[in-house]
Design a protein around this ligand. Structure first.
Ligand code: SF4
Ligand code: FES
Length: 144
């Protein structure tokens, strides 16, 4: 079942989190613990850092589960938007990390545009073609 998008609005910035594509890398928790803290009931505290720091931390999210929108800006600043070439990096025992810009056509014909995403290579995801973290559950081992 698809989980709903989480939206956290702060002063000048909105952070969104799509739990359907998070690969549980914990990069966000390590990069900016004053904002991302799973011990708190509201796990994203947008007031925990300046918007620039949040944008920089979200840019490290390998799956694209985290995104930011600057309030009052229709589009991300050029420095915040990825430019080519597209990079594809296999994560050991996990998905293919893709940093775009990317346009993905799903099996049902839906087109998704992302700055980055992680593509399943274990075959167990419930959100194809994106990784949903199921590789951990099945103990997927990537070829060495
Ligand atoms: S995939 Fe992104 S949102 Fe999920 S834990 Fe890693 S950095 Fe955080
Ligand atoms: S690689 Fe993560 S669910 Fe398949």
């Amino acid at each position: 079942m698809t989980k709903r998008l989480q939206v956290y609005e702060g002063d000048g910035i909105v952070v969104t989190f799509d739990p359907n594509v998070c690969i549980h890398s914990a990069v966000c928790l390590r990069t900016l613990p004053t904002v991302f803290d799973v011990a708190k009931q509201r796990w994203i505290q947008v007031e925990g850092a300046e918007p620039d720091a949040i944008v920089a931390a979200v840019a490290q999210c390998p799956s694209g589960a985290l995104q930011t929108v600057r309030l009052g800006q229709a589009k991300p600043r050029a420095a915040e938007a990825p430019t080519g070439p597209v990079e594809v990096t296999p994560r050991p025992n996990g998905p293919l990390l893709v940093r775009g810009p990317i346009r993905v056509t799903k099996e049902n014909g839906d087109v998704v545009e992302k700055a980055s995403c992680s593509l399943c290579r274990c075959g167990a995801t419930g959100n194809a073609p994106f990784c949903d973290g199921s590789h951990n559950r099945i103990g997927f081992k990537s070829p060495s």
